[in-house]
Design a protein around this ligand. Structure first.
Ligand SMILES: Nc1nc2c(c(=O)[nH]1)N[C@H]1C(S)=C(S)[C@@H](COP(=O)(O)OP(=O)(O)OC[C@H]3O[C@@H](n4cnc5c(=O)[nH]c(N)nc54)[C@H](O)[C@@H]3O)O[C@H]1N2
Ligand SMILES: Nc1nc2c(c(=O)[nH]1)N[C@H]1C(S)=C(S)[C@@H](COP(=O)(O)OP(=O)(O)OC[C@H]3O[C@@H](n4cnc5c(=O)[nH]c(N)nc54)[C@H](O)[C@@H]3O)O[C@H]1N2
Ligand code: SF4
Ligand SMILES: [Mo]
Length: 729
């Protein structure tokens, strides 16, 4: 480890992206972090999160050593133990669980795509459990990945690193100016916008992008499928498709045309709240302006219509020929072999025990690309022991009590476990429920190989371990050490050995060379499908999906009314008249993270919910007043931010709020302003992905006099032992 004065090239991972970063170290301490001007993705820039890295890395509130619970679960009493004791305990618990109930009784969870993400499924496979999951497997990004692979063999991306710029960008449920990565980083979008492409924005809120757009479609939340189908209808009925591309490279155009024939703009207008004329205009502008990119976001993946919406959206660039051409959607170069996640090492008999295997085939089944367990089914098994007991949990970096749907049921789930390990950077409300807490390394203490964008690998970076902080350990090394001590057949190589093998297999250099280079960018090529076609059964883009047909799922995109809405549940809407959306990203936080960092927290000290001025007037509230937002599942309180750019019938609530500074109890204010007290993990789920509902739900808003006393759902008593006087407001 370096202790001299030096600058190291690495990759920022304050979010799940991977921007080139320069780290200046003096006497073993990082004194400055800057964007790497040489990096083609971020070109020297860092977003507000990246710029706050030092406050995270040297935060006094970090976990510093392993700790074992001493009091009742969730009581907040801990004892420091050594790593050796921690490993011995975990190994004993895994052996015990496997002997008593089979390895499938162990649940392994992680959070959104951090460096150790692929390692978590690898670890689960190595210890023999098919039950691993992540909040994003069904709710974010993976539906786009799986839908794309099924439709066109690979995830399409917006590549801004090449000279070719788009003439049109359609932003659909995605606000990359705030949210940055998923695909390419937000910096590239900003650069492309300088060229003044035409823009269409599909968003229920008037974001900055919406305000500047040529067309802003302010749709009713959760009706993206109807809007996309109606746009397909216009393009096909008016013959605006790229006939040559469709004839040569698309499978099932006629079937798609038949399917969307009845989905006219007049049909869609009352469903989506967007006028038929605006739908027509948008469809025409999109089809007639080339090349174009579709920037799609996770807003389409937070309802049970998730997979069909993804499928409908995939058809738009496909039938207009905006695929892998300069300035259009493109495929990544993918120079590396697949990460060894070890799915091939688990016998099919064991894989079939994966909870969700039969019901959610695209998420969990035999044809899933990266099969993961269905979260609500796993959680139900933990609570009820059915269809089989799941009693032991490992969480590597996920704040489940904040970010999963319906956190009251998540609380019941976590407290029903016999044994829970949580590895995190902080003692989060979730970590407080563990039996064993492990101190994880931050991004500057980790050797990792982000290849961005995900599923594109157009730039491969060396993220480097620069310092050691207290006794913190990189998650990958924790998992590897457990496997070594367990003596598993697989999963015992160090992460560095794996990166080296992957690089040498796909390219002609290894990990040490990549560290010296900082990053590697393969030469980019367009129209890769011309050599060998698309990686689908027909070799074409499957508008009509032969794989879905084989799985017994609808091979063509369709419409599904949100399960909770003024139209599907009018009675409920009588009591809960507003449509709730949650979690639109803000630049200063990453989900439930960074409320501890002063330079980010000062930009947004308190949780805010957006109300239209008329709604606020009706409720008799003004900017900065506290309101209680309530659904049939729970309630939370946030401060009013009056916003004319939202429909009067819609309310937006921020997600991820807890209060690390709140030491009145080990829940750290987790129940006060938590958007996921409102959301749902109940059926119906998306039939392909098992997606549950984080948005497009029904709520009511009540004025409250002041912040009042914290509300907590009726939780088992032991959780409240440290907190006096807990009452309803
Ligand atoms: N209501 C609502 N809920 C949502 C969303 C929404 O829009 N609305 N969005 C959903 C989406 S898209 C996603 S992806 C999920 C995200 O859900 P999560 O991944 O749970 O989100 P985070 O709050 O970022 O939690 C990550 C945790 O890991 C810790 N951590 C960070 N880096 C590391 C590391 O390297 N190692 C370890 N061990 N720990 C680390 C952090 O301190 C934090 O506690 O949330 C979902 N939840
Ligand atoms: N700063 C920051 N950056 C992040 C994150 C973070 O927490 N903070 N999280 C990361 C993660 S895990 C993800 S998945 C991405 C997500 O980032 P994005 O994909 O950009 O998603 P959001 O910001 O949740 O929502 C984008 C827009 O969708 C709109 N929207 C809400 N409901 C609907 C709907 O029903 N239909 C349509 N069409 N639009 C709707 C919202 O108003 C919002 O403006 O961001 C990543 N980047
Ligand atoms: S976008 Fe993500 S990786 Fe890039 S600077 Fe911001 S936090 Fe770091
Ligand atoms: Mo996400």
């Amino acid at each position: 480890m370096p202790s001299d004065s030096m600058i190291y090239k690495s990759a920022c991972r304050m979010c799940h992206g991977g921007c080139g970063a320069l780290i200046r170290v003096e006497d073993g301490r990082i004194i400055q972090i800057k964007g790497d001007p040489d990096n083609p993705m971020n070109k020297g820039k860092l977003c507000p999160l990246g710029s706050a890295s030092l406050e995270q890395i040297y935060n006094p509130g970090r976990l510093k050593y392993p700790m074992r619970r001493t009091g009742a679960r969730g009581e907040g009493r801990w004892q420091r133990i050594s790593w050796n004791e921690a490993y011995d305990e975990m190994v004993a618990k895994i052996n015990e669980a496997t002997e008593n109930n089979g390895a499938e009784s162990i649940w392994v969870g992680t959070g959104t795509g951090r460096h150790h993400f692929p390692y978590v499924s690898r670890f689960a496979n190595a210890i023999g459990t098919p039950n691993w999951c992540e909040p994003g497997t069904a709710q974010c990004f993976r539906p786009r990945v799986h839908g794309s692979i099924i439709t066109m063999g690979q995830l399409p991306l917006c590549n801004y690193t090449e000279d070719a710029k788009p003439e049109m960008i359609m932003f659909w449920g995605h606000n990359p100016l705030y949210s940055g990565p998923d695909g390419e980083l937000g910096f590239g979008v900003r650069e492309a916008l300088v060229g003044k492409p035409k823009t269409i924005v599909v968003d229920p809120r008037e974001t900055l992008l919406a305000r500047k757009a040529d067309i802003w479609l302010q749709l009713r939340p959760g009706t993206d499928d109807a809007l996309a189908l109606a746009m397909l209808n216009v393009i096909i009925e008016e013959g605006l498709e790229d006939r040559e591309f469709v004839a040569k490279w698309c499978h099932g155009f006629d079937e798609l045309a038949n399917r969307v024939r009845s989905f006219t703009p007049d049909w869609a207008a009352p469903i989506t709240w967007v006028s038929a004329e605006q739908i027509r205009e948008a469809a025409r502008l999109f089809a007639n302006t080339k090349p174009s990119m579709l920037e799609w976001g996770c807003a389409i993946e937070h309802t049970p219509a998730c997979f069909q919406t993804v499928r409908a959206l995939l058809c738009l660039p496909s039938i207009t020929g905006n695929i892998d051409q300069p300035g259009s959607w493109s495929f990544g170069m993918m120079p590396l072999p697949p990460f060894p996640q070890l799915f091939d090492k688990m016998p099919m008999k064991q894989q079939k025990k994966r909870l969700g295997f039969d019901d959610y085939k695209v998420l969990s089944g035999e044809l899933a690309q990266i099969p993961s367990a269905h979260i609500p089914t796993v959680f139900k098994a933990i609570r009820t022991g059915k269809p089989y007991p799941v009693k032991t949990g490992f969480i590597f970096g996920n704040n489940a009590l904040s970010t999963y749907g319906d956190v009251t049921s998540v609380y019941e789930t976590l407290t029903a476990l016999d044994y829970l390990v949580v590895a995190d950077i902080y003692l989060t409300p979730t970590a407080e429920l563990a039996d064993l807490v492990l101190p994880a390394a931050t991004w500057a203490e980790v050797d990792a190989m982000p290849a961005v964008p995900f599923y594109g690998q157009n730039v491969i970076l060396a993220q480097q371990k620069i310092i050691q902080f207290a006794e913190c350990v990189q998650d990958e090394d924790i998992m590897t050490e457990i496997c070594r001590r367990l003596g598993t057949e697989h999963g015992k190589e160090s992460p560095r050995e794996i990166y080296d093998t992957m690089l040498r297999t796909g390219l002609d250099f290894g990990w040490d060379e990549l560290k010296k280079m900082g990053y590697y960018q393969p030469e980019f090529k367009w129209k890769k499908y011309e050599k060998g076609g698309f990686k689908t059964p027909t070799g074409k883009i499957e508008l009509y999906s032969t794989l879905l047909e084989k799985m017994g799922l609808d091979p063509l995109p369709d419409f599904e009314e949100p399960p909770e809405s003024p139209y599907s549940t009018p009675e409920l809407a009588g009591e809960y008249p507003y449509i709730l959306i949650t979690g639109a990203r803000i630049p200063m936080f990453f989900h439930s993270e960074f409320r501890q960092l002063p330079r980010l927290r000062k930009g947004r000290p308190e949780p805010q919910c957006e109300l239209h001025p008329d709604t606020a007037a009706k409720l008799g509230v003004k900017d900065g007043d506290w309101v209680s937002i309530e659904t049939k599942r729970g309630k939370c309180r946030q401060k009013v931010a009056i916003f004319a750019g939202i429909d009067k019938r819609v309310v937006h609530v921020q997600h991820g709020w807890w209060f690390p500074e709140d030491d009145t109890g080990p829940d750290h204010g987790n129940w006060q302003s938590n958007a996921n007290t409102l959301t749902s993990m109940d059926p119906p789920y998306c039939s392909a992905m098992g997606t549950y509902q984080l948005r497009a739900l029904l709520c009511k808003i009540l004025k409250i006099k002041d912040a009042g006393k914290p509300w907590r759902p009726p939780l088992p008593e032991k959780y409240d032992t440290n907190v006096a006087d807990v009452q309803e407001w």
